[in-house]
Structures are given as C-alpha cells and as structure tokens.
Write a protein that binds this ligand. Structure first.
Ligand code: GLU
Length: 312
C-alpha cells in the first residue's frame, strides 16, 4: 500500500516579529515532517491588511533560517491566492450557502446587546478573521442580514454597499451531513461541532476571503497531511472540518500544541518585543539555546509539570 508522505506547514501572519511562541510552532511542524521523512512548508498568511508589514515577511524567513528550520519548496503567500478563494466561494454560492451581510461591527454589537445573548468562547479567530470584534468571546452573529427581504438585499447589492459573505450555519450543517469526524493527535477523535459559531464570515468586507476559508483552501492546495498549530486554534478546526466537507477537500490530521507563556502564565503576544527572536538573539542566545529551552518546556508540559511551555 502506498504510504502518504507527511506534509506539515508553519503559517505565520506577518503582523509582527516572531517570538518564542512562533519558534515553538515552527519547531513542532518542522520536527513532525523531518521525523517522518516528509516535507515542511511555509505559508505566509498575509491577507490581514492593516496589521501587515512587508518588512516582517523577510524577518520571519530570516528567523526561520537562523533557527535552523529550513523549509521545502516555495513559500506560499495568501495574497496571491485570491482566485482560489473565489472559486471556493463560488462553489458555496452555487450550493446556496452564502449570503451577503452589510452589518457594521457596531450594528452587530447593538443587535447582540438588544437580544441579550451571552458571550461564549467562540473560535479564537471568528473575531479577528470574522466580524472584526477580535476578542475570541464573540456571541454568534444574530442573523440580521439573513432575514433581509430579497428585494432589499438586491437593492443594497446593486447600490454597491460594502458587504461580507456569511455561511448560513444550519443549512451548511444540513448539507454536510452528520458526524464530521477529525483526528487530533493529542486529544484523539473529534466530532466537529461548528454550530455554536453561528453564521461565520467567509469573505470579509475588506478582503474577499477570511481566515477560515483561506486556511482550509490552502491546507488542501498544499497537500498538508498534518496541521500543527496552537491550542488557541483548536475550536477553529471544527469550522475547517465543516468547510472541508462542503468543498470536497481532504481531511488532514491535526495536532494542537500547548502555547508558550510568560512567567505569569500569559501567552506571548507580538508586542512582547523582549521575547522576539531578534531580541533574544541580541542577548546572545543561540538557536540551540532556544530549541533546548522549548524542548525542556515541552517535556515538562508532557509530564504535567506546567500547563503550557514557559519562556525565559
Ligand atoms: N496564521 C495563523 C497565526 O499566525 C495560524 C494559522 C493556522 O495555523 O491555521 O496564528
């Protein structure tokens, strides 16, 4: 029987300097590929408009090279992939699984407040890549634009009013069928449950794609067989599994790894310049120091000695 090669990826967004958390994410993906004699790919998730800086792109690649984590093949940039995202959106539209949403963030918030919906821990990315509220505790979209009369919708589209495209979650689930299974290498078999996220955004007002759509389409296009990423994105995998079913894409394995945290247990952020790889390098830390630090943290974490890997 032919053996499927392991293909992993590191998919940073060039919105800041790489820090220890990224180094760990890259190390996990690189190691999984190398240990299996597979391929390690890099994808730059450079469609997050205003927060992106071209200077970070080269800095990320330089950091990976410095860390000794060479990648295979060409780096894929999401900004070059709009045609593929459009093809996926067209396919969903052809299945009647997209509707335009004209709401502003303020309107959505006001509607949610009026309805008194309780926040819930939604997919970490629904905020930043979805409706823009960005706190990871966003109640689902209240469905305002789904209820628009066809004539009003047509008039607003004809007038060129800016709009996002949303997936009607209940209809999508009905089309995808029950029991969408995916496998997480740490947590075991999972049954996808994307319903709590509601009508997610698949194309933003400012970019004709969203995090969820782009990642799902690109993981398939790059032939990724093992998606490794932080625990913070665990919930997003439920959504990605649904999109794979709707778009007829293969289902990779997943590995959601622990996050690197600071001395107070807080996860590192891009603004933590003191823990950027560049800053650590300037303090004479070698790439080997960093790998040893991350591997020690990982071993402690696996032994139940820490809830996440701790940086210096
Ligand atoms: N671009 C995302 C990030 O920098 C990772 C996306 C993913 O692994 O699915 O957090």
């Amino acid at each position: 029987m032919p053996v499927t090669p392991v293909i992993t990826r590191f998919a940073p967004s060039p919105t800041g300097a790489l820090h220890l958390g990224h180094a760990y994410a890259a190390l996990v993906a690189w190691r999984a590929a190398r240990q299996a004699g597979g391929r390690f790919l890099v994808r730059l998730e450079d469609i997050d408009g205003p927060r992106m800086r071209p200077a970070y792109v080269q800095a990320i690649l330089d950091d990976l090279t410095w860390l000794g984590l060479p990648w295979d093949g060409e780096v894929l940039r999401q900004s070059t992939r709009m045609a593929a995202y459009k093809a996926a959106l067209d396919r969903l539209a052809g299945m009647d699984l997209l509707y335009p949403c004209f709401c502003t963030r303020a309107e959505i918030r006001a509607e949610i407040d009026r309805a008194g919906s309780a926040p819930h821990p939604a997919a970490g990315r629904e905020g930043s890549a979805g409706d823009g509220s960005g706190d990871g505790m966003t109640p689902p979209y209240p469905g305002t634009c789904r209820a628009l009369a066809a004539s009003e919708r047509a008039a607003r589209l004809a007038a060129g009013e800016p709009h996002a495209l949303r997936l009607p979650m209940d209809q999508a689930l009905a089309k995808a069928g029950p029991h969408l299974v995916w496998h997480d290498r740490r947590r075991g078999e999972q049954v996808a449950d994307p319903a709590p996220f509601g009508d997610i955004v698949l194309a933003r007002k400012d970019i004709p794609a969203s995090y969820h759509l782009a990642v799902t389409v690109d993981d398939a296009a790059q032939g990724i067989t093992l998606v490794t990423r932080g625990e913070d994105l665990f919930a997003a995998s439920h959504i990605h599994r649904l999109l794979q079913a709707l778009l007829g894409l293969p289902v990779p394995d997943y590995l959601h790894h622990p996050l690197v945290v600071d001395g107070r247990g807080k996860r590192l952020a891009k603004r933590d310049d003191a823990r950027s790889l560049a800053a650590l390098r300037a303090r004479n830390m070698t790439a080997q120091h960093i790998k040893t630090l991350l591997e020690d943290g990982e071993a402690r974490c696996a032994a139940g000695l820490a809830t996440a890997i701790q940086g210096p």
